[in-house]
Write a protein that binds this ligand. Structure first.
Ligand code: SF4
Length: 413
């Protein structure tokens, strides 16, 4: 690029908020600057790292050689595992699922660093949720439960909650937080309940009981006064939004807690409006969950068996398959999740023959490693915001790097 260029209303893939109001300036040297300020956006809007488009066993190789090596590696695998689909655009996810189908692979479309039981909850009890625009415009009470968007989703407060103007609000919002220690977000709320993660199920049950008018024995619920105060505020609001972070739904008993909370929220809807919103890390994990459901009819995780897709919500989770030694090759789509993945999972991943796709050095080995165009910077496509709203990405800088889907389609040709 010989001159600088300015792009407006750019969608940011720095987290699952997918803010669509950024202005990005690309200067003559190809350096990107973003506005308004967000540290995660500034970090995301960088071109892919330097290096060749393909490495085989750590040595530079042509794309064609890499594709041939991937085909050979996966042809000799009996049970490959695909993971990391949340880093891809919807087109990339569709291509990955086509490839997994061809190979008879397992696919865990969830973020291995943040186990998410939503698929099971949607089947068992259902879950009432809303768009971020609805939360912004209507929620007069917002509870952040193990969620600290001031750090993890830096513009969530400004665009969608505490600091945003609500079009249909007639008074100030009530703000609450539950967490094991004060957070940047809880410091902005009026009510804070300090409780360990291990108390979440107890709190959710207490909320459900209070919502159903039951009496609770104070001796059996140490946090009863705080829970009563929270219930009083949520149940007296016209529109209560409960915003959940990964530590809430990703714990060992996350499914039970989510199910109880989903029941409580449904009960609140008898008299007022209440919803749950999950603050997933970015960028496109919700899109991955949807793509797999469109493709197979099941939520993640699935296996493409000979006689059709099979679903096992716990047995096909990547962590379990790896721990049991049930997979013999991996197709890895790299991104932030890999840095945050449990160490024991990384140790197991390191030992398996792997084909990887990413725009930076992932820090984990792969026999065949493709360096691909970065979504929303070097290539377009679409992703789904954390509330399921699809948004188009822009290509801001030119690159000769292929996209993930282009490589996969060539590997399948
Ligand atoms: S909050 Fe997230 S999506 Fe919005 S600008 Fe910051 S990193 Fe990007």
């Amino acid at each position: 690029m010989s001159e600088s260029a300015i792009f407006n209303d750019v969608v940011c893939c720095g987290c699952s908020c997918l803010c669509d109001d950024l202005q990005v300036t690309v200067d003559a040297a190809g350096k990107l600057q973003t506005a308004p300020g967000c540290p995660q956006a500034a970090s995301y809007f960088q071109p892919s790292g330097a290096g060749p488009d393909c490495l085989i066993d750590g040595s530079e190789a042509s794309l064609e050689a890499g594709i041939a090596a991937s085909q050979a590696l996966l042809a000799s695998a009996k049970a490959p595992l695909f993971l990391g689909l949340g880093e891809l655009t919807i087109d990339g996810q569709r291509a990955a699922l086509d490839w997994a189908d061809r190979l008879g692979a397992y696919v865990d479309a969830g973020n291995p660093a943040e186990p998410d039981p939503t698929g099971m909850i949607l089947q068992s009890t259902g879950m009432i949720t809303a768009t971020l625009g609805e939360i912004r415009d209507r929620a007069d009470a917002i509870l952040f439960w193990n969620a600290d968007p001031a750090v993890t989703h830096p513009r969530f407060l400004e665009r969608f909650s505490l600091d945003a103007e609500g079009r249909f609000l007639t008074g100030p919002r009530t703000s609450l937080a539950i967490d094991e220690a004060p957070t940047a977000t809880s410091q902005r709320t009026e009510t804070f309940c300090q409780a360990p993660h291990s108390a979440n199920l107890e709190i959710a049950h207490a909320l459900l009981a209070l919502g159903r008018g039951k009496k609770i024995d104070a001796a059996r619920c140490s946090l009863l006064p705080q829970v009563e105060a929270i219930h009083a505020k949520l149940s007296s609001a016209n529109y209560a939004a409960i915003v959940l972070g990964p530590k809430f739904y990703g714990s060992v008993d996350g499914a039970a807690i989510m199910e109880t909370l989903a029941d409580y929220v449904r009960d609140l809807n008898r008299t007022n409006r209440a919803i749950v919103s999950l603050l997933r890390s970015g960028p496109n994990w919700i899109g991955a969950a949807e793509a797999i459901a469109w493709r197979t009819g099941y939520p993640s995780p699935v296996r493409f068996a000979v006689d059709g897709p099979a679903y096992d919500p716990t047995g096909y989770r990547a962590a379990k398959l790896l721990a049991r030694g049930q997979v013999d090759a991996v197709v890895r789509f790299d991104g932030d999740w890999l840095q945050k993945a449990p160490p024991e999972m990384k140790t197991l991943l390191e030992k398996l023959p792997t084909v990887s796709f990413g725009w930076n050095d992932a820090g984990l080995p792969a026999q065949v490693a493709f360096r691909v165009a970065k979504p929303g910077v070097e290539c377009g496509g679409s992703m789904h915001r954390l509330d399921d709203v699809p948004l188009p990405l822009s290509q801001l800088v030119k690159t000769s790097r292929p996209t993930t889907e282009e490589i996969i389609r060539q590997a399948m040709a």
